[in-house]
Design a protein around this ligand. Structure first.
Ligand code: ADP
Ligand code: MG
Length: 701
């Protein structure tokens, strides 16, 4: 339960005047929330302005520069409404100050409103963007107008918030003001020594300053108010991770001790030798699982580095020990693929596998559930459905979560709140630097697969302007004739009026005209069975050119696909490009990747694409990406579904992250149920940063 003091912060934003469901959805988008329904006052309060408009500059008409934001103290000389019936002629108001004359220009203005705002013969303060044309000064639709000396002049420093199309800044500002108005005084959750050491203002003062910056120095991420809120955010994250971890550790695990017989069989059946990285990772995992303390390990390895086999060995070890293991994938497509791969590898092993997703229905479902419950199924593969209420395990020893590059840790770790207390292995393909591992996963043991399996040929990567499309088509024609398989990646599914990107569907139609029936299509809006069919056709070779959106990003394995074309490569994050590129170069054929861009490219875009040409090392790509764009993009892009930070920035606040981690550990150690006075305040912190999941774990424990 949320403490009642926080209620004013959790009113739905639709309760504010002027905000209906539609506008709420727009605001939700600006805030990166799922929907308007689940957007609350607190989310507005924690939305930092990204820049400010400074209206303090008052040079006088004659000295105001083109395009500058200026504030002018004007004497109103004359109103010039358009002639009747000529609506496209603007309404002009002539005015002057001691330095010169200016025309204030309005389109479609109501004259009685203007007469009130800019009364003839009076002095008025006007602020907006200056324009010069043929030596004449003008201002089109001034942003602000107020009678000189009025009690309610406009603010001279204005925060500007990130907006989404269709959302008016005034409406957003009004909602933020209303939310701030409702902010109660809250108890301090940070420790006194830390506050003193850093000179942190209180939460209330920090939030107030966040939205009412006094000048540019308040916009600095290291300004006291922003730094305080950044620390709050980091601590909330680290604390919730620490609580999850505590919960996982609290339930003792069952040691997994098998005789190695099944593992040996599996190894003998493998068509390759494990890499040293894989051997090391397997050793780490088996050692962890051999203990009563539950394993909580992250297996980090680039796409194609061979994480699946490592997981499978661990799963087989559980079966040997008389128990079960599950492998949970983020999507149906990927779950299916894991199932197919594993079934093949376990042929003749006597180990029984089961498959369970949301689509498993009726008798089949009942049958699978029974086998899970009576232990007939040793290895179970599927999606989230694996951890729904009615799934009961006979003896679950290990849960492997294939995150690929999505950081759903919080949700996924929920599974540990179930009675079973399996060892946990989380696999991720995002080669993230250490600080980011820490911020996204908290304290976890890490195994890394840094080398690619032997025999892989490098992927030749080229960048090309979309203008060279005809040439590319010729190359693809040759490749298809030579029996090769090609991915063609498009960034969007449908035509969107917001972003003019070539849609996958349109591109598919177009390519089909050139290449005919060997052309296939897969995208996120397709039904699951349509996706399966599309993947199967591509695997079997019925189609050879697969037009895809980023749905294929997540772990799809078609080893003989050897060419990838990525359209609008300049719009993808580097991490994402890297993931995508990892779909080729998986077999023993030499592979290539063509990054198509639409010029002209900015310097950063150029630098980013050139990194892709230079290296295939995921860690290097990630580090360069971090350097060029900041972690926000790396972790925070909506498309890739990774939670970013509002105020904390891992470049700027790296020192705070370490502190937050230690602080969180200390808190959980001293007050594991957050029941002290500070503990109660910390619960509020968790709610404010929307980490209620962690609070719920407290209750359960
Ligand atoms: P990812 O880490 O992306 O999940 P996979 O586990 O899907 O990678 O492995 C990619 C491919 O590499 C698979 O076809 C797998 O059979 C193969 N593979 C895994 N380990 C080795 C190895 N040691 N030697 C050769 N091929 C391997
Ligand atoms: Mg994989």
């Amino acid at each position: 339960m949320r403490p009642a003091e926080l209620d004013p912060l959790f009113v739905p934003i639709t309760s504010y005047s002027g905000i209906g469901p539609k506008i709420a959805d727009l605001i939700a988008r600006a805030l990166d929330r799922e929907s308007g329904d689940d957007t609350r006052a607190v989310d507005l309060i924690l939305l930092p302005p990204h820049r400010l408009i400074d209206r303090r500059h008052r040079p006088g008409v004659a000295f105001a520069q083109e395009s500058e934001i200026v504030t002018l103290s004007l004497h109103i000389d004359r109103h010039m409404p358009p002639p009747p019936g000529r609506r496209n002629v603007p309404y002009r108001v002539l005015a002057h100050d001691e330095t010169g004359e200016i025309a204030l220009t309005f389109f479609n203005a109501r004259s009685n409103w203007l007469e009130k705002q800019l009364p003839l013969g009076e002095k008025v303060l006007v602020s907006g963007r200056m324009e010069w044309f043929n030596g004449r000064a003008s201002m089109v639709h001034p942003d602000r107008m107020a009678r000189e000396g009025s009690d309610d002049p406009f603010p001279v420093i204005e925060p500007v918030y990130p907006l989404t199309a269709g959302l008016s800044p005034r409406i957003l500002q009004k909602a933020i003001d209303a939310a701030l108005e409702a902010l109660p005084v809250l108890p301090e959750w940070q420790s006194k020594p830390l506050i003193d050491k850093n000179g942190f203002p209180s939460f209330g003062d920090s939030v107030a300053r966040l939205h009412a910056p006094r000048d540019h120095s308040d916009m600095d991420p290291n300004a006291p108010a922003r730094r305080r809120l950044a620390y709050d955010e980091l601590l909330a994250g680290q604390l919730s991770l620490a609580l999850v971890r505590q919960r996982i550790r609290a339930l003792t695990g069952k040691p997994v001790r098998g005789d190695g017989r099944l593992r040996e069989q599996l190894m003998a059946a493998l068509p390759f030798h494990l890499t040293t990285g894989q051997i090391q990772a397997v050793d780490d995992i088996l050692a962890d699982m051999n203990s009563e303390e539950r394993m909580l390990r992250l297996l980090q390895g680039d796409v194609g580095s061979g994480k699946t086999i490592v997981a499978l060995i661990a799963l087989v070890a559980c079966v040997e020990a008389g128990g079960q293991g599950v492998l949970m994938a983020p999507t149906e497509v990927l779950a299916n693929q894991h199932f197919a791969t594993i079934m093949r590898l376990l042929e003749n092993s006597g180990i029984r596998c089961a498959f369970l997703t949301g689509r498993t229905k009726g008798r089949e479902r009942a049958d699978v559930l029974e086998k899970i419950e009576n232990g007939q199924a040793g290895i179970i593969i599927g999606t989230h459905a694996l951890f729904q209420e009615n799934v009961n395990y006979y003896n679950l020893l290990l849960a492997v979560v294939d995150e690929q590059h999505r950081f759903g840790v919080h949700q996924r770790l929920r599974l540990t709140a179930k009675g079973a207390a399996p060892h946990m292995l989380v696999m991720t393909a995002t080669p993230i630097p250490r600080t980011l591992v820490l911020s996204a996963f908290g304290d976890m043991d890490v195994s890394r697969l840094s080398e690619k399996p032997a025999g892989r040929k490098p992927i030749a990567t080229a960048t090309m302007s979309i203008d060279r499309l005809p040439e590319i088509l010729d190359r693809l024609r040759n490749a298809i004739d030579a029996g090769r398989k090609i991915y063609w990646i498009c960034p969007l599914v449908e035509e969107s009026d917001l972003v003019e990107l070539m849609s996958a569907e349109k591109r598919f139609e177009w390519l089909k005209e050139h290449f005919g029936t060997v052309t296939g299509l897969i995208h996120g809006r397709m039904k699951a069975d349509e996706k399966d069919t599309a993947m199967q056709d591509f695997k079997s070779g019925k189609t050879r050119l697969l037009v895809a959106t980023t749905v294929i990003e997540v772990g799809v394995d078609v080893p003989d696909a050897s060419i990838m074309v990525i359209e609008h490569a300049e719009r993808f994050g580097l991490a994402q490009l890297h993931q995508l590129r990892g779909r080729v170069g998986r077999g023993d054929e030499a592979s290539s990747c063509i990054l198509l861009y639409k010029g002209p490219l900015g310097a950063t875009a150029k630098a980013r694409l050139s990194i892709m040409r230079q290296t295939e090392d995921g860690f290097r790509v990630a580090e360069e990406d971090l350097r060029l764009r900041g972690e926000g993009e790396l972790l925070g892009t909506r498309q890739s579904g990774m939670p970013g930070f509002r105020l904390a920035s891992l470049d700027v606040h790296a020192d705070l992250l370490e502190t937050a981690r230690n602080d969180a550990r200390h808190i959980v150690h001293e007050d594991p149920s957050l029941s002290s006075e500070r503990g109660a305040a910390l619960r509020m912190l968790l709610h404010i940063w929307r980490k209620d999941e962690a609070v719920r774990l407290l209750r359960a424990g």
